[in-house]
Design a protein around this ligand. Sequence first.
Ligand code: TYD
Length: 218
Amino acid sequence: MSPASAKFITFEGGEGSGKSTQARRLAARLQKDGVPTVLTREPGGSPFAERVRALLLDPATPAHGPLAEALLFSAARADHLNVAIRPALAAGAWVICDRFADSTRVYQGYAGNVPAAVLDALEHAIIGETRPDLTLVVDMDVGEGLARAHARRVAKTERNDADRFEGRDRTFHETLRQGFLDLAKANPQRCVVIDGSGSEEDVAARVWGAAQRVLGIA
Ligand code: TYD
């Protein structure tokens, strides 16, 4: 695989949409097919960005508003790109990232009202040319997604507490869903909306079909 063919794929969607599972499955499938693949996530993916993640998701972190949030997510992203994503792509690996800049567009922009011009400038400065080749927006009924996220959290922590974003009300999550759908519509050349309902296998088959179509995988 030559570096020129390395692809950057992002997964986006609301809470409990199953996108993290699907990101893992796609990475495993590509690896099995002999494609060097790096699986990473945002916020996080580098030592500095993981520290920022801990701060952002800690329910004890005082509210600081969508603009400060956008700046923190962006600071984490700048480091993640520099120390992990760009070096991997340059070495010829495919990079699969669980959430990326579209999450900032939707959570802080669409839902948080940070002006598009601010986010445009941040993307221009931080992302530059390193744009995703394919963004899979995993779409899911909000009630179902929240129930899934809740069940997962209880199973993992035996506690019933949500992180700062998951804990918001249902209207907020409906807004997010619409935001991701609008964003996909506005960027049809790289975004594919994946129906997140059904079994993990069903969704994985839809993801693989989209990857084949958009990236020309045999
Ligand atoms: P995480 O536990 O990774 O959630 P999920 O499993 O849904 O991906 O937490 C990430 C949270 O941060 C999630 O609620 C979305 C939010 N977020 C933003 O608000 N802006 C961003 O730019 C990113 C990357 C994430």
